[in-house]
Write a protein that binds this ligand. Structure first.
Ligand code: SF4
Length: 128
């Protein structure tokens, strides 16, 4: 993906591919056109974390699931391989905040959340 300023943060990846030298569709002739036209493109709002109340509710629900599983004698922890697999998925996810090692969808720290069998990816179609 091109990292030109006028591509970054824009919801115009198809066009940005055209000025990415690493992309098979690369054509430098598009550069001036995209630079000119991009001024009118809508800015994609940066993704933010859920508000603090939602994060607190998420944490309380996670604690409830954990206690419930423990109470029922179900296994709680994941294997090291499974944790590594999950962390790889999160690291490649568009919702992952690499600076804070957190998921922007739920606000959880993936390092901790991935360890619990009671927790899953919060997307409608979970990635793990
Ligand atoms: S938990 Fe799901 S949405 Fe969040 S960073 Fe990981 S894969 Fe992405």
């Amino acid at each position: 993906m091109a990292t030109d300023a006028y591509c970054r943060g824009q919801n115009v990846y198809r066009f940005c591919e055209l000025i990415d030298p690493a992309n098979p569709s690369y054509d430098p002739r598009y550069r001036d056109t995209i630079k000119r036209e991009s001024k009118a493109w809508p800015k994609k709002a940066p993704e933010s974390y859920p508000n603090i109340f939602k994060q607190a509710a998420n944490l309380a629900e996670a604690a409830g699931r954990l206690v419930s599983a423990w109470w029922q004698g179900k296994p709680i922890g994941r294997s090291a391989d499974e944790i590594a697999r999950i962390l790889m998925i999160c690291a490649g996810c568009e919702h992952y905040d690499h600076a804070q090692n957190r998921c922007k969808k739920c606000g959880c720290f993936s390092k901790f959340k991935s360890r619990l069998q009671t927790e899953h990816c919060p997307l409608p179609e979970p990635k793990w």
